[in-house]
Structures are given as structure tokens and as C-alpha cells.
Design a protein around this ligand. Structure first.
Ligand code: PMP
Length: 385
């Protein structure tokens, strides 16, 4: 009998040949590398105040939350953090999930269903796309940032309920969605705007209150925000922020919330401490943006094609996926860890290196980044000659 999983070898071989195969590479504890690859935007994941708060929460509440949120998995730490984060971003209420991925699945599937319309940006994060698919609503994918297409989809719909789903900040190029215009379109056509602030909270808006806050939409009755606790907040987990009625509906019906064990207390404790630090040090948000601009200027000085950062991300276009992997390796050899994005995360021929800034980058680290980017430019020059 043939092996029913025999096709996996052929599949892997083809992906290997196309330079697309993904592999896990455990991060050594102390690499000595300058971290421009992670999402620890404010440098809080390794802040002793945050790690100590995580340990304290674990000691107080346990290594795990012990159950689903509706049974035993809701501690006082969860409830207090939800209230504090909602107040910070200007939302009525908040609900913590085990990840940002699950927050998106939970929010979208609990709100949208069969017989509804979801209008989704073409470059939305995979977790938003999966939420749309799972919802069984009709999904209309519109061009990236194409407000006119959003308006047309809403205007021409036959469904009564409609949702517009978008990243606030797109993770690959770091560009920001036209949130105010999308909200205006939603308001005009009676739709709800669902915004993923994974890369917005802690970076955009007054003191890091997010891109939705910056767009003047905080507390809007028809805007629902999702976010992760794993980037600026240096922890792990996800959250939905919005009108109290939405949060109550999620508690009641969101399968990604109900059938999942509550977020570990240590993660809640870490995120709560990171939020406290962000409140006390609002300049952190500004600093990460300034450092992103510095990284961009270094890429430009090396004559590389780089996106202009509005938040944390500078994307350096490489094109060929194998070359992108090689250049990421070259950067690592020079002491700098950068992200490497290949299809399907980016379109064919648009592989790139992604540099994410941190608020706590030092001059020495920026110098190292400059040297690595010059080496990248040199290698590209020698390939294309
Ligand atoms: N949305 C966006 C835009 C993201 O970039 C990510 C994480 N990369 C997520 C959602 C998922 O969040 P989490 O990692 O907490 O599951």
C-alpha cells in the first residue's frame, strides 16, 4: 500500500526548490545580535519590571489560568487589565484572548455570519483573512487602501449587515490604513469598522494609544479594535476593544474565546506592567518612530530601495527569495537580525528584508545596522553586475 502521506515529501521538495520552505530556528538565549527582526517595539519584553511582573502574576495566580475564561480562567488580573487597556485606548470595554490571532477569529466570527457582507483589504493579516473565511459571510476583497472600492461594495450590497475589516498598520510595509475615511464610509452606509491595531498600539497616537485613537475614532459606537499583547506590550495574548455590547456579545458567543483556556496570568501580568510603563513613559512611542526613521535613512544612505516608515517598519526590497534569505544571513553574520519576507507573505518577486525599530536602540546598534545595510547593498551590486 502506498503511504497516504507520501505526497508531503514531494510538496517539501518543490517548496525547497522554489526557495520557500519554512523552518524553525530556535532563538539562542543570548545572540548578541542587534534585534531588528522581532516585534518588541518598545523594548519591554526583556524589561526586568515586565519579567518580574510576569513572575509575580504566576506566583499569585499559577503557571496557567486553569480553565476557560467562563469557568475558572478569569482572574482579577485579567479583569483589571481589560479595564485599564480599554481606558487607555478610549474604548468602553475590552476582552483578553489567548492571542491576537484568536482575538481576530473571535471578533469577526461572533459579529459576522451567513447573510452578512465583509469588505476586506487585500493586504490584511492572515488572521483577519481566516476570521472572514470562518465567518461564512460573503467576503469582498478590495484593493489595498482603496476607499472608493469599499464605498462601492457597501453601497451596492444586498446584505443588511456589513463589516469593513482592515489592519490599522500593515506589517510588511508598515503603512497605515485610511482609518478616518473608512470610518466615514462605514458611518454613511451603516457598516461596522473592525480594525486590527497589532502594530498600532504603543507606536501611534498620543502616547501610543494607537492609530484608531490618532484618527479620532476612539470610543466610536461602530468601531471594534483588535490588538495583540505580543508586540509593544512585550507579553503574549490578544484583546478586543470596543463598545460594551460588543464585548458582552463576544463573552456570550465567540468560540475562540469560549472554547479556549484563558490567557496565562504571567502574560496578563507582563502586559499590565508594560501598559503601566507606557503610561508613565509616553515618549517611548515617539522614540520608536524616530529610530525607525533612522533605520530608513541608513538604508537610503546605502542606496537600497526602502519604504518610508510611518511607524516601526522599514522594508528593504530585494526581489528574489533566495537572495533575500542569503542577505538576511549576511546581516546576521554582521551582528544584526533582520526579518526576511518571502511569498506567500509578499507577492512573487517582492521578497524583502524587514527592519523593525525599537524604542531602546542604541547608537552602537544603529551603527551596526548601517554596516549591515552597506554590506547588503554591496552584495546586491555584485549579484546584478
Ligand atoms: N494581526 C497582525 C496584524 C499581526 O501582525 C499579528 C501577529 N504577527 C497578529 C494579528 C496575531 O497576533 P498574535 O501573534 O498575538 O497571535
Amino acid at each position: 500500500m502506498t503511504n497516504p502521506l507520501g505526497w508531503l515529501d514531494e510538496h517539501a521538495r518543490k517548496r525547497e526548490a522554489a526557495g520557500l520552505r519554512r523552518r524553525l530556528r530556535p532563538r539562542p538565549q543570548h545572540t548578541g545580535l542587534v534585534d531588528l527582526a522581532g516585534n518588541d517595539y518598545l523594548g519591554l519584553a526583556r524589561d526586568p519590571r515586565v519579567t518580574e511582573a510576569a513572575a509575580r502574576a504566576a506566583r499569585e495566580w499559577g503557571g496557567g489560568s486553569t480553565g476557560s475564561r467562563l469557568v475558572t480562567g478569569t482572574t482579577q488580573a485579567h479583569v483589571a487589565f481589560e479595564r485599564e487597556l480599554a481606558a487607555f485606548v478610549g474604548a468602553e470595554a475590552g476582552l483578553v484572548f489567548s492571542s491576537g490571532y484568536l482575538a481576530n477569529l473571535g471578533a469577526i466570527t461572533a459579529l459576522a455570519g451567513r447573510g452578512d457582507l465583509i469588505v476586506s483589504d487585500a493586504l490584511n493579516h492572515a488572521s483577519l483573512i481566516d476570521g472572514c473565511r470562518l465567518s461564512r459571510a460573503r467576503v469582498e476583497v478590495v484593493g489595498h487602501g482603496a476607499v472608493a472600492e469599499v464605498r462601492a461594495a457597501l453601497a451596492e450590497r444586498s446584505e443588511e449587515r456589513a463589516y469593513v475589516v482592515t489592519d490599522a498598520v500593515f506589517s510588511v510595509d508598515g503603512d497605515v490604513a485610511p482609518l478616518a475615511e473608512l470610518a466615514a464610509a462605514c458611518c454613511e452606509y451603516g457598516a461596522v469598522l473592525i480594525v486590527d491595531e497589532a502594530h498600532g498600539v504603543g507606536v501611534f497616537g498620543d502616547g501610543g494609544r494607537g492609530a484608531v485613537h490618532a484618527a479620532g475614532l476612539a470610543g466610536s459606537p461602530d468601531v471594534v479594535v483588535t490588538a495583540t499583547l505580543s508586540k509593544s506590550l512585550g507579553a503574549q495574548g490578544g484583546v478586543v476593544l470596543g463598545p460594551s455590547a460588543v464585548i458582552a456579545h463576544l463573552v456570550d458567543t465567540a468560540r475562540a474565546f469560549i472554547f479556549d483556556t484563558g490567557l496565562a496570568p504571567a502574560a496578563v501580568g507582563a502586559a499590565a506592567e508594560a501598559l503601566r510603563i507606557l503610561r508613565a513613559e509616553p515618549q517611548l512611542a515617539e522614540r520608536v518612530r524616530v529610530n525607525a526613521r533612522a533605520l530608513h535613512d541608513l538604508a537610503q544612505a546605502a542606496a537600497l530601495t526602502a519604504t518610508t516608515p510611518v511607524g516601526t517598519v522599514t522594508s528593504v526590497l530585494i526581489g528574489d527569495p533566495d537572495l533575500a534569505v542569503e542577505l538576511a544571513g549576511l546581516c546576521a553574520e554582521l551582528g544584526v537580525a533582520v526579518g526576511c519576507f518571502r511569498p506567500p507573505s509578499v507577492p512573487d518577486g517582492r521578497s524583502r528584508l524587514r527592519l523593525t525599530a525599537r524604542a531602546d536602540l542604541t547608537h552602537a546598534e544603529l551603527d551596526a545596522a548601517g554596516r549591515a545595510l552597506h554590506a547588503v547593498a554591496g552584495r546586491i551590486g555584485s549579484v546584478s553586475v
